[in-house]
Write a protein that binds this ligand. Structure first.
Ligand SMILES: Cc1ncc(COP(=O)(O)O)c(C=O)c1O
Length: 379
């Protein structure tokens, strides 16, 4: 039905060869050689203490909650404009997500509102770098320090992006990554916990391995492994880690291609957008993003819906993004109400994402751009 999909995963020849290598070597369960290589590759680039691959970003967030010993009565401040997991992972361990609105320009957490939401029960702030465009990290780091809170970065969109020269995912005590099919670097389903506080690393390894010290055993540090703590099964199959390692090895090419597509949208849609009062993404000074999301924001929701339909008629699949969490069934049960977070609510109604994937050809992108430009939201 769609000539141009929203996303198409780019699993290359190199990734498939590594997958074959993993199968031939026979170690296809978790915590194997490719897991180690992928983890080391990420840590080599980010310069953080330790990276642990996980089955998803959601699971890395859940690990964070367990690692930080969050419990009923604790509160975690999160943006209302994000994926469900940024909030549900903490709730799984009894903590209450406290929503705040996002900034109008970047759709990242509004730091003033985060500060105003701090109570004696607040334990952590979990921020999201929407589209891989960094939040105001200096302010957030200071806020967390001043109030003795743990800072977590849900960096699902922002692997290898930078804020003022420093990698996203290296500011908080913990950060989480996603390697889901739609992400820049993917292995289908996967994630990582990026650890920046070395004191958390040993217990994180245990939690990921069902509460056992198996990782120590694999390193030869103990002669048998045993049950030492709580935990779950959050190790990724080495088959997926092999694909991921392949992707990480060609990260430069992947990012160059995505940025090329992102920049072309940005340049060629400028005139049309300003004529029709459509907002394009904002990248503040000091942010080097990842070209993960290209979005447009219309003035009204009905214009956005008509636009999605218009592109559909022309064979292009464009999609909306997060629905406001405070207005979800669970969000309302926590006290969320209409009109509470206007920027989030407007982004939920009015934002649309254009197709953006490595294999999008120049001709396909020309078709998308031309199709956008003939749309007049006032009709
Ligand atoms: C900000 C954010 N956090 C977490 C997730 C969940 O990632 P995963 O599918 O790897 O669990 C997503 C998914 O797209 C996301 O956008």
């Amino acid at each position: 039905m769609y000539k141009i999909p929203f996303n198409r995963a780019d699993i290359g020849k190199n990734d498939i060869e590594l997958l074959g290598e993993s199968i031939s070597a026979g170690h296809i369960s978790g915590n194997g050689p490719f897991t180690k290589r992928a983890e080391e590759q990420i840590t080599k680039i980010l310069g953080n203490d330790r990276t642990l691959l996980t089955t998803s970003c959601t699971h890395a967030l859940e690990m964070s909650a367990l690692l930080l010993r969050l419990k009923p009565g604790d509160e975690v401040i999160v943006p209302a404009f994000t994926f469900v997991s940024t909030a549900s992972a903490f709730m799984l361990y009894g903590a209450k997500p406290v929503f705040v609105d996002v900034r109008q320009d970047t759709l990242n957490i509004d730091v003033d509102q985060a500060e105003a939401a701090i109570t004696p029960r607040t334990r952590a702030i979990c921020v999201v770098h929407y589209g891989g465009v960094g939040c105001e990290m200096e302010r957030l780091v200071k806020l967390a320090q001043d109030h003795n809170l743990i800072l977590i970065e849900d960096n699902a969109h922002g692997l290898f992006a930078k804020y003022r020269g420093k990698y996203l995912g290296t500011f908080g005590a913990l950060a989480t990554q996603s390697f889901h099919e739609t992400k820049n670097i993917t292995c289908g389903e996967g994630g990582a916990l990026v650890i920046n506080d070395a004191s958390l690393a040993e217990r994180a390894e245990i939690l990921r391995e069902k509460g056992t010290d198996r990782t120590k055993f694999l390193r030869g540090q103990v002669d048998k492994y045993t049950w030492v703590d709580t935990g779950s099964s959050w190790v990724i199959s080495d088959l997926l880690a092999a694909i991921l390692f392949g992707q990480l090895c060609r990260a430069d090419d992947i990012y160059t291609q995505r940025m090329k597509i992102w920049n072309r949208y940005h340049t060629e849609l400028k005139t049309w957008a300003s004529k029709h009062n459509v907002a394009l993404p904002t990248v503040p000074d000091g942010c080097e993003h990842t070209g993960h999301v290209y979005h447009l924001r219309f003035q009204r929701g009905d214009q956005r819906d008509k636009f999605i339909d218009h592109l559909k008629q022309l064979g292009i699949y464009a999609v909306f993004h997060y629905q406001p969490l405070h207005l979800s069934t669970v969000g309302r049960s926590l006290g969320g109400r209409d009109g509470q977070f206007p920027v989030t609510e407007s982004a939920g109604d009015c934002l649309v994402r254009l197709p953006l994937f490595n294999a999008l050809t120049d001709d396909e992108q020309t078709h998308v751009i031309e199709s956008v430009k003939v749309f007049d939201p006032s009709n």
